[in-house]
Ligand binder design. Structure first.
Ligand code: FES
Ligand SMILES: [Fe+2]
Length: 357
């Protein structure tokens, strides 16, 4: 696909070479132009490793999970090894399996074609007499799949670097934190009326909005000691948390963001992982996956309730920003040098990724 002229103009309108002190945000059309969103699907979401499930969902033979990546239906199944496929029937393109579960074979609900767990086509009811029809040429189309820590990733681009290259230096950044002892508890999903990048920008503003928008959260963080560290493809924001006795400097909250849309938030005894999935130029879904290390139910319940209140505040402001980006009065803004380095990294990585195609 050729880069649409409007996308070219919008990329040229962003100066990726400007240092943080002089940088501007991308032009607002990046956040609602449909051609731009289409280009992002092809050059960001179809070319990077995307989380589609958790390793613990794929333990037994036949366990499967489904997801959408770059608008494509995907299934990953445990067949000894993990295998990923386009979840699209080779007959008339129906989606084969939904949700997650365990199956002996992948059975299309439309006309009953059945695929083995290795993707090969095993049965085609009522298909006798088809000329030059080779079942072995009609297996499911594979996609790359790899796992790291708790997560299963797929990549639709056969030429992209492996998952290790995608994770880059974040692997080492996360190493001091023990993620393996955390156990998945539940997923809470939110659909927001904003472009996915508005949500990521909000996440990456270095705690700038916390004292103003999140009064409750602000009391739990020592925001004077908020830090932002950026590396190749990730940003770590960290902040000491104040404990209930008012003594500061106990535990530290770590907020890891990996380009383009994954956030791993680690606190004492709790991890929540956010995945931001675009569903339309001005809509996205944000999944919150909560993990705990064996705390009592009351702690788990309270932690999720606090996170929900914070998320409601973020959701409202993200939708307000989306409307503002549409205003004829606004095109681009500036970045706070002491805080918004993560956003600057995000915008430059996006610019590079989108220009490369
Ligand atoms: S579309 Fe799957 S069997 Fe016809
Ligand atoms: Fe927030």
């Amino acid at each position: 696909m050729q880069m649409p002229a409007r996308v070219r103009q919008l990329l040229d309108a962003y100066d990726a070479r400007a240092p943080l002190e002089a940088a501007r945000t991308p032009p607002s059309e990046w956040y609602f132009e449909p051609a731009f969103a289409g280009w992002e699907n092809e050059h960001v979401f179809a070319r990077t490793w995307q989380v589609v499930g958790r390793v613990e969902q794929l333990q037994r033979p036949g366990d499967f999970v489904t997801a959408e990546v770059a608008g494509e239906p995907i299934v990953v199944v445990r067949d000894g090894v993990l295998r990923g496929f386009y979840n699209v029937c080779r007959h008339h393109a129906a989606r084969i399996v939904d949700g997650a579960g365990c199956a002996r074979a992948l059975h299309c609900p439309y006309h009953g074609w059945t695929y083995a767990l290795d993707g090969s086509l095993r049965s085609t009811p009522g298909f006798a007499g088809a000329a030059d029809f080779e079942p072995r040429d009609h297996g499911l189309k594979p996609v790359r799949v790899e796992a790291w820590e708790h997560w299963v990733f797929v990549c639709l681009d056969p030429d992209a670097p492996g998952l290790d290259g995608h994770l880059g230096a974040m692997r080492d950044g996360l190493r001091p934190l023990d993620l393996t002892s955390a156990r998945f508890h539940e997923r809470v999903s939110y659909e927001l009326g904003c472009n996915w990048k508005v949500y990521v920008d909000n996440y990456l503003d270095g705690g700038y909005h916390v004292p103003f928008l999140h009064k409750e959260l602000d009391g739990a963080l020592d925001t004077r000691r908020y830090r932002v560290d950026t590396a190749d493809r990730y940003c770590l924001q960290s902040c000491p948390t104040s404990n209930p006795s008012g003594v500061r400097g106990g535990a530290t909250a770590h907020y890891f963001w990996l380009y383009p849309n994954l956030m791993i938030n680690v606190y004492a005894g709790l991890m929540d992982v956010n995945l931001v999935v675009p569903v339309a130029p001005e809509r996205c879904i944000v999944h919150f996956d909560y993990y705990f290390t064996g705390q009592p139910a009351a702690f788990r319940h309270d932690s999720i309730a606090v996170a929900h209140r914070v998320q409601m505040e973020d959701a409202a402001v993200c939708e307000s920003v989306q409307r503002g980006l549409r205003s004829r009065s606004y095109d681009a803004g500036r970045l706070a040098p002491g805080k918004e380095a993560g956003e600057h990294l995000f915008h430059r990585l996006l610019h590079a990724g989108l220009s490369a195609g």
